[in-house]
Design a protein around this ligand. Structure first.
Ligand SMILES: Cc1ncc(COP(=O)(O)O)c(C=O)c1O
Length: 430
């Protein structure tokens, strides 16, 4: 029996489903999850010693490549002086200052330990600031697993749950909690206008993934973003850009820098911690001033601003700020998509691709989808076969058709060529 199977059986005895986050369980694609023993650059190795090119990069954070020597050194240095103090540090100020420089809409920020905490806290803050209860989220956008956001959510919830009802996507979430959450279709400006016409004065916040990555990659239409910004401004609602995935991933300044939109609050995570548990939410000073200890919106965390995570984040932000980093990452990712698409064409398989910076989407459909409904209509059976073909050929894709993929600066030409060869092998079996 292979080590991955032995470990999976063992894991299931003490960990529900054998995994600590649902999508890792391979439920959509079937088969045995790979247990990873080490990673370096664009690669990781499973418990059987099989090497894979990684195309999820820890679901986004590892943009500089796994175990980047400079990040490892920074983490080792920080760890040698203690793991956590529960008191402020210079590193937190440096990280906050750097983030405010890179994302100018963030005038102040608060660090937390996960993206879930960031969005949950940003919503509480928006409600405290406006004195209103209603929030708007969009179908297929995932903002972490806080109760009020688990309605028609993407990511694992889109993969597993019956999200066809306008009800909580997870049991254990009271209807009373989600009754304050309005769910609208992504990219549907008239629906948004109508929601504001009816409820505008009661809407505390609109939260969105400015480029969705939890229902595969879906771009927003420009007129949709303009409607989101204009309506929130007009009705005094807080616009929350959830850039946990896109922040420092699609561009150095995040999706907002590409779109020319200034949100009121932004949530960050993933890349900003360089693979360590680290996230943040921040934005306009007058809104942030409502947070405890200045204001009466409570938010706290024992490990928030953890010095080891701060060291990893600071070094990662330094690396991605170097000249040419994002140009190179975008070029490589586009090259990869072009290569995969050409192989699909050779095999006469309908396949669409898209990418922004170091984030990409592969869709078994003839066109790039623009909505949650369109994504759920892509060819799931073909994706499953493709996933396993790629896995056998040594390329690790997200084990769900409803997730975006991620590259790193370590995915150089040679790595891309290897992926394209693997794609050719995998597509021969479809
Ligand atoms: C856009 C977005 N927001 C929030 C989250 C939640 O972050 P975390 O998993 O760190 O709680 C995620 C996670 O994938 C995400 O993609």
């Amino acid at each position: 029996m292979a080590q991955n199977e032995i470990l999976f059986e063992r894991a299931q005895k003490t960990i529900p489903g054998g995994v600590n986050s649902p999508v890792r369980a391979f439920r959509q694609v079937g088969g045995t999850p790979r247990f990873i023993q080490k990673a370096l650059g664009p690669y990781f190795w499973d418990a059987d010693g099989k090497k894979y090119i990684d195309l999820i990069m820890s679901w986004g954070p590892m943009i500089a490549g796994h175990a980047h020597p400079e990040v490892v050194e920074a983490v080792q240095k920080a760890a040698a002086t203690g793991f956590s103090y529960g008191a402020p540090t210079l590193g937190e100020i440096e990280l906050a200052e750097r983030i405010c420089e890179l994302v100018p809409s963030i005038e102040q920020l608060r660090m937390v330990s996960s993206g879930t905490e960031a969005t949950m806290s940003a919503l509480r803050l928006a409600r405290g600031f406006t004195g209103r209860d209603l929030i708007i989220k969009f179908e297929g956008c995932y903002h972490g697993h806080a109760d009020s956001l688990l309605v028609k959510a993407g990511s694992g919830l889109l993969t597993f749950a019956d999200s066809t009802q306008n009800a909580p996507s997870s049991s254990g979430v009271p209807q009373d909690v989600v009754k304050h959450t309005l769910v609208l279709p992504y990219n549907d400006s008239p629906a948004l206008q109508e929601a504001f016409r009816r409820h505008g004065d009661a809407i505390a916040a609109v939260i969105l993934e400015p480029i969705a990555g939890n229902m595969n990659l879906i771009r927003p239409a420009t007129e949709f973003l303009t409607a989101v910004r204009n309506l929130t401004q007009q009705y005094g609602s807080v616009l929350i850009y959830d850039e946990v995935m896109t922040g420092f991933r699609v561009a150095l300044g995040g999706a907002q820098s590409l779109q020319g939109i200034t949100p009121d609050l932004t949530c960050l995570g993933k890349v900003m911690g360089g693979g360590m548990p680290m996230a943040a939410f921040g934005g306009k000073k007058d809104i942030m001033a409502k947070l405890a200890p200045l204001g009466n919106v409570y938010q706290a965390g024992t490990l928030s601003g953890n010095p080891v995570a701060v060291a990893a984040g600071l070094k990662t932000l330094e690396i991605i700020s170097r000249a040419g980093f994002f140009d190179c990452l975008s070029t490589q990712t586009t090259k990869l998509m072009t290569g995969i698409k050409a192989v699909a064409q050779k095999h006469a398989i309908p396949l669409a691709v898209d990418s922004v910076g170091g984030m990409f989407g592969i869709y078994f459909a003839s066109e790039v989808p623009t909505s949650y409904t369109a994504v759920t209509q892509t060819n799931l059976d073909q994706f499953k076969q493709f996933f396993h073909g790629m896995l056998n050929a040594g390329v690790y894709l997200a084990p769900s058709a409803y997730e975006a993929g991620f590259t790193s600066i370590a995915h150089d030409n040679a790595v891309i060529d290897e992926i394209v060869v693997a794609t050719d092998k995998a597509m021969q079996t479809l």
